[in-house]
Every structure is written in C-alpha cells, then in structure tokens.
Design a protein around this ligand. Structure first.
Ligand code: TXA
Ligand code: MG
Length: 329
C-alpha cells in the first residue's frame, strides 16, 4: 500500500472529528488521537484495553510547542530536545495546567516527543496540534512495527491506518524524566544513556522496576508474546537442545550469535538467526516475535544478548517479553 498525501489530510480530518488514526513513527506504529479532546483520548484507552492510570505520550510538531504542554522546562531538558528531536526520545516534564488528566494519568508531569518519520511529521503539520499516541497494540502486547501488525491488533476498530512501511528503529522511544532535580531514565531505547549523558554533561540515573506506575512499560510481562517465552544464555543453548523432549516441541528459537549448533537440529525447532548488530536486531525483533507468536509453538526460546550499553534497550524488552523483570508490587 502506498501512501497518498490525501491520506494524511483524511487522517487529520479524522483526528479533528475526535476519531483514532494509526500512523508510523520511526520507533513503532502509534494509535493517535487529538490530545486536546477528552473523548478522543478516552477512546484510546478503550480500544487498547489499557488501564486509565497509564499515561500517554503527546507527540508535537516542533520544539516551540513544548511550552503549550509543559512548564519549568530546564535548560538541560531543552538541550536534549535540541540534540535528539525529531527522534526516538521522549522527555517527561512538569505539565501545563491545561493538559488533560486522562493523558497524564493524574500525575503532575507530561511526556513529549517529536517523531522523525516523515508521515508522522506530515500528520502533525496538517493536524496542527498535539497528538497522543501509545503504541498501536492491545495492552501488554508486542508493539507493531508494520501497518499489517496494527491491522492484526485492531482490525476494523480504527478508521484509518497510514502505512509507512517497516519502522526503522523497531523499539519504543527512550523515555527520560527531566521533571525532577536529576535526570532519570524510565525506558531505555535507541538514544542510550551514554548519548544522553554526553549531551547533559551529568550522570543519568536508571529507574528501578518499582517505577512501574510512572512508566508502566516496566510491568511484568509487558511487550510479551502470548506464547511462553524464555531466555537462555548462549553457553546453555547446546545442552538445552540436547535435552529437548518430543513433548516440548515444536519451539521457536531466536539466536544472534554464530553458534555452530544448528547441524542436525531437530526439525521441530524453528530457528531464526538474528543480526549480531544491535541496531538491525532491534529493527527486526518485534516482527520476528509476532511471526513466531502466530505459529502457536509450545515455547519461544531466545538467546540472551550481551550485557552492554549497545544492547541495553533490547535486553530490557527481551526481559519483559519473558517476564524476567518482575512486578515488584
Ligand atoms: O516510541 C514510542 O514512544 C511510541 C511511539 C508511538 O511514539 N509510543 C509509545 O507509547 O511507546 P506507549 O503508550 O506504548 O508507551 C508510553 C510510555 C508508557 O510506559 C508510559 O507510562 C510512559 O510512556 N509515560 C507517559 N507519560 C508519562 C509521564 N508523565 N511520566 C512517566 N512516564 C510516562
Ligand atoms: Mg506500548
């Protein structure tokens, strides 16, 4: 499906009328609504089956619009906006009094982001206001990185899906909280801690999983396939395969390292070889997980990835997909 400019006009008209539109961003597809329309915002929660206390990101078209949504914006926060917008970074700030409570989950802060994808930008320009957009998936499910994945999630429940192809980044934006005295990383993403620290000139704290109400992406089994999913360290994979019983099969096996284990592998082990480049891996991950989930294997088994900054966002999502990060409450 190609995108015609009038689809953007049509999408903007739907938003103005209080409807929902799915659109591509460079991270994942978003489910958009007019951020100034209470009824439209509520529709998002209904369609996603998302609890009302989970706050939404407001997408804006340019840096000047920050002041429409936030107050007390520190020079440090402005520096991040200048350095990374448009792009895959969300900045949490103290909110303007006018921001709807349904967007902020009744908190005193609001999350803002300027997306990079040209269709998202065209839509924001045409619409001329803030667009709230969570990832276009049902609550706790895998975020969509293609228009067909959005369709799979919602079918006819949304009026229009703008098709912008496969999302470049493939993982949700980095979220940094700049509303307090110290910057706090709430969700890792492509813009990593090192890059943030370099621009800020200070250390960035990492939120513990108990921050879940502020960034509910930290919930146990968020971003999870329905198929039981487990992580296995590279050094344990050979043994794992050797000890598989017929009743364990079929399984999907996701690996990135070049282990020479695959000769003579059981025909009911469906093996996906990922890239060993973290950017490419991130780009592909949700599409691969979605495809494996649709096969209804007994299990999805994923080789755990390196414990370093380049892989941080991927590690985070894999741990959530497999329930390793536990809900502390
Ligand atoms: O890449 C992305 O950020 C995508 C695209 C569509 O822009 N959007 C996205 O939205 O991932 P969503 O709703 O799936 O995740 C937004 C996250 C949630 O974990 C939410 O709790 C957090 O942002 N969030 C929103 N407002 C917040 C706030 N005021 N304080 C802390 N966290 C907030
Ligand atoms: Mg989401």
């Amino acid at each position: 499906m190609t995108l015609l400019p009038d689809n953007v006009a049509k999408a903007a008209a739907i938003l103005r009328a209080g409807g929902l539109v799915a659109f591509p961003t460079e991270t994942v597809y978003g489910l958009g609504a007019d951020a100034a329309n209470e009824l439209a915002v509520r529709k998002i929660f209904q369609v996603k089956e998302r609890p009302f206390d989970h706050p939404l990101i407001v997408h804006i078209g340019n840096i000047a619009e920050m002041d429409d949504w936030a107050v007390d914006i520190s020079p440090q926060a402005k520096k991040l906006a200048q350095a990374f917008w448009p792009g895959p970074l969300t900045i949490v700030l103290k909110k303007q009094a006018s921001v709807l409570a349904s967007i902020t989950g009744n908190q005193e802060t609001v999350a803002l982001r300027i997306p990079l994808h040209p269709i998202a930008q065209a839509l924001l320009r045409k619409f001329g206001g803030g667009i709230v957009a969570p990832s276009a998936n049902k609550f706790t499910r895998i975020s969509p990185t293609t228009a067909s994945a959005v369709h799979e999630e919602f079918g006819k429940a949304i009026e229009l899906i703008l098709d912008g192809g496969v999302c470049e980044v493939g993982l949700e934006s980095t979220i940094i909280d700049m509303s307090g005295d110290e910057p706090v990383l709430l969700r890792p993403g492509k813009v990593n801690r090192e890059a943030l620290e370099k621009v800020l000139g200070t250390k960035v704290q990492v939120a513990s999983p108990s921050f879940e109400t502020r960034a509910p992406g930290m919930h146990h089994l968020h971003y999870a396939p329905e198929t039981k999913t487990t992580l296995i360290a590279p050094e344990n994979i050979a043994d794992f395969l050797k000890n598989l019983r017929q009743t364990d099969l079929p399984i999907g096996l996701v690996m990135y390292s070049n282990l020479d284990l695959m000769q003579g592998i059981h025909p009911d082990v469906y093996y996906v070889r990922m890239s060993d480049d973290p950017l490419q891996y991130a780009h592909d991950l949700y599409r691969v997980l979605r495809a494996l989930d649709n096969q209804h294997y007994k299990r999805i088994v994923i080789e755990s990835v390196p414990d370093n900054i380049e892989w941080e966002a991927i590690r985070d999502r894999l741990q959530k997909a497999s329930g390793v990060i536990r809900d502390t409450k």
